[in-house]
Design a protein around this ligand. Structure first.
Ligand code: OKP
Ligand code: MG
Ligand code: ZN
Length: 343
């Protein structure tokens, strides 16, 4: 399978993540993408292509124009105020307050975010645009007949809503790609999110729609990020009723248990008969992941890929999380190799 990769991911070099009351070096760092790329080459998965530039039009099919403009100008506005550090939101419209866009940059940061761990920095916009272009280039490969493609996106995307950043995400690459499939004539698209965290942005973007089925397997939000969405009683709304599914698991979950959720998800996807499948591929389900609590092993990722291949659908993989950099290349490429074996 072909991989799409852009060195511009390197423009995202935040130095701070608010964690445990201190600013740490971010878990979501450039070496993640470089390590995955290295393994793709080492295992000769297939050609590595540079992305095309799709401009903002396909991004604006998912994200609001005001949010996109905010992201584009945020760093400049922050710097113009002479702030000493990276742009970190610290105030939100809490219960009983007004959801009104303020002029001030601190106010706008809060209006357009749902979490404070993700700082905006000088190259964040460039990297987020490159990441979306990587996804859209791989999407076009699949739309044009490749059975599958791997979008080596960085930064990740599945936490980003139509007008919210957070959880290391700015543009929702999986959602943008699913919408691109729809705009190119696909009747139904399924998004399966196997990242350890709930794909809250993806869920929210399609929550009232039946043309994009969204399913996420993840750690119990009662215990882990994003805390305020991702429970099993969230099944969609209006036209979307029955087209969102959350499969929630507790600390210590091994593949033997997780794969039952994968089976449930795959059966639902098969009965939906989508024209294309998008896999939001996080490998932070790994046993040694520093911020997660599932217990998948490197060998398990081969089996995951094999099961996904059995769906026999045109499949786009978009890279999401995974923070044990020593194992991230092996784990990601195991999913993709397992997928190619299973076909
Ligand atoms: C992004 B993705 C660490 C807290 C981390 C944010 C997690 C974002 C995960 N102490 N909170 O889904 O991999
Ligand atoms: Mg998930
Ligand atoms: Zn994650």
């Amino acid at each position: 399978m072909k991989t799409v990769f852009s060195p511009l991911h390197n423009r995202r070099t935040a130095t701070t993540e608010l964690d445990g009351g201190v600013l740490i070096a971010p878990h979501e760092k450039p070496s993640r993408a470089e390590t995955i790329l290295g393994r793709v080459k080492q295992e000769q998965l297939g050609d590595v292509l540079a992305p095309d530039d799709f401009g903002l039009e396909p991004v604006l099919r998912v994200h609001t124009p005001d949010y996109v403009s905010f992201l584009q100008g945020c760093w400049e506005d922050w710097e113009a105020e002479g702030k000493p550090g990276e742009a970190i939101p610290a105030v939100w419209p809490g219960r009983g307050m007004r959801e009104r866009l303020p002029k001030d940059i601190d106010g706008r940061l809060g209006y357009y975010s749902f979490a404070a761990e993700t700082s905006i920095t000088e190259g964040t916009w460039d990297a987020a645009c490159a990441s979306a272009n990587v996804a859209l280039t791989a999407q076009a490969l699949v739309a044009n007949g490749e059975p599958a493609a791997f979008a080596l996106c960085r930064p990740p995307g599945h936490h980003a809503h139509a007008d919210l950043f957070g959880g290391y995400c700015f543009f929702n690459n999986a959602a943008i790609s699913a919408q691109a499939f729809r705009d190119q004539g696909a009747k139904r698209v399924a998004i399966l999110d196997v990242d350890f965290h709930h794909g809250n942005g993806t869920q929210a973007i399609f929550y009232q729609r039946s043309d994009v089925l969204t399913i996420s397997l993840h750690g119990d939000p009662d215990l882990v990020f994003p805390h305020f969405l991702g429970f099993e009683d969230e099944t969609g709304e209006g036209d979307g009723n029955g087209y969102n599914q959350n499969l929630v698991y507790p600390p210590g979950t091994p593949f033997k248990v997780w794969r039952e959720g994968l089976e449930t998800a795959c059966q639902r996807i098969a009965e939906y008969h989508p024209d294309a499948l998008v896999i939001a591929l996080g490998v932070d389900t790994f046993e040694d992941d520093p911020i997660s609590f599932f217990k998948l092993t490197s060998a398990d990722y081969l089996l995951m890929g094999e099961r996904l291949a059995e769906l026999n659908l045109p499949t786009l993989f978009t890279m999401e999380g995974g923070y044990d950099v020593d194992a991230i290349g092996v784990n990601v490429v195991n999913v993709l190799k397992g997928f190619e074996c299973g076909r």
